[in-house]
Design a protein around this ligand. Sequence first.
Ligand code: GLC
Length: 532
Amino acid sequence: MIYQIYPRSWADSDGDGVGDLPGITSHLDHLTDLGVDAIWLSPFYPSPQLDAGYDVADYRGVDPLFGTLDDFDRLVDRAHALGLRVIVDVVPNHTSAEHPWFQDALLAEAGSRERARYLFRDGRDDGETPPNNWPSRFGGPAWTRVADGQWYLHLFDVSQPDLDWTNPEVQAEFESILRFWLDRGVDGFRVDVAHGLVKEAGLPDATDETLPMWDQPGVHEIYRGWRRLIDAYEGERILCAEAWVESGEALARYVRVDEMHHSFNFRFLTTPWRADLLRATIDDSLRQAAAVGAPQTWVLSNHDVVRHATRLGRTDATDVVDTTGIGPGDPQPDPVLGLRRARAATALMLALPGSAYLYQGEELGLPEATMLPDELRQDPTWRRSGHTDRGRDGCRIPVPWSTEGPSLGFGSGRPWLPQPPEYADLAPDRQRGAADSTLELYRRLLAQRRAHRLGTATLRWVEQPDDVIAFDLVERDITVVANLGSAPIDLPHDREVLIASTPIGARGLPPDTTVWLSPRARPAVASSHGRV
Ligand code: GLC
């Protein structure tokens, strides 16, 4: 169980409105109380913060916004003392344009060693046309022209130039960066844009059938090298791929026995709230991971998608999954339905064999901020898409820690994004100990998952109506039933409810609810002689 912390929005210790490393350290007990095994920290490295830190200018430091390297060491020490592993983000596809390498490349000439670390090319035709037709993920073309007329590739923002991973100097530099953090005691890496590092030779145009910038076979050789590198360190350390790839088979290639340990299962995250589709996703995912001997990895929310408590409240949640941002003027999802389904979806996910990633605040049932004024948006997506995709700010709002106080306990300053009013009632001080709260539900799910070792159980489907998902966790004697239909269903009489995602009455399992069932304790048989 790995919990993602987005440092700028977790807790602000110095009142500048942005979360920081000491803030994280001071709230780690929230996580031991919750019952997770590890934290993954999104980037905190020196950066101009043009893509919230995924634009790294120095891979071996801490941005003063977030603290110092000493603060990082204290965080790791405290986490380890509490029994929490620490995973950091590594961003190898691109650097920030402020990275010294890119600054040197701009000053150097075409064909130089400095330019060879990136993907500089001459334009087509008279040089005025970009070298190929690739689009940036954030909108617009993936190429920008520099003063001497050459173009450089950036699959993301113009401030995030792509590195050339065929260059041994780039490879050596990242091995050294991994060692730097491993030597400081980190337990692993989440690898940003893991499917992007190697581009098809010759950088051909993309077509309807081909995406020459994503998921090229050459990436796997890099991760084999990284695996050898981390395996040489003592203790158990892991690699996790962020790879948005076309198929489950392609995803499983990242977790072959000599590559990474985890690869985010974005198909699960993007499956509509429909029993048949979810069953197929779960079934395929387990099979595909098992085929390469890896555990499957489940996830419902992160810092790039609409929070699942909101996503699932959209009217089309049973049809498509749209992860683009929501703003004022857009149709507003139903928050009550969204939270109810989110709790059911989480209870389903946390019963599945494998590993799972949680995103900060989902244990509080935080919704997306869908009414954030457009002028406050910081995500480059909003600007680069020509104001058509509102981007990801709505899932990155500072976490509420208390019902009262400045920024609901996040910090003493004005938070970098305002918290919506409904966050106050979702603060942990309100939810802790409240039987039906989302926080208590997560605590129970995680405790039972651990007690029954569900992560390593075997899933066997149980026959059910079309709009129900039901399976046994065979060796653990637990049955999981999720009702995605519109009417209550009966539950087996020989089982009792261990956990329900929403309180259930006597009339069966209501819609949008998941239960974990265990065998009903046999009534004690009274002996006719009054003896037992
Ligand atoms: C990954 C990150 C995302 C970032 C992008 C570019 O997808 O999760 O937040 O914008 O990479 O680094």
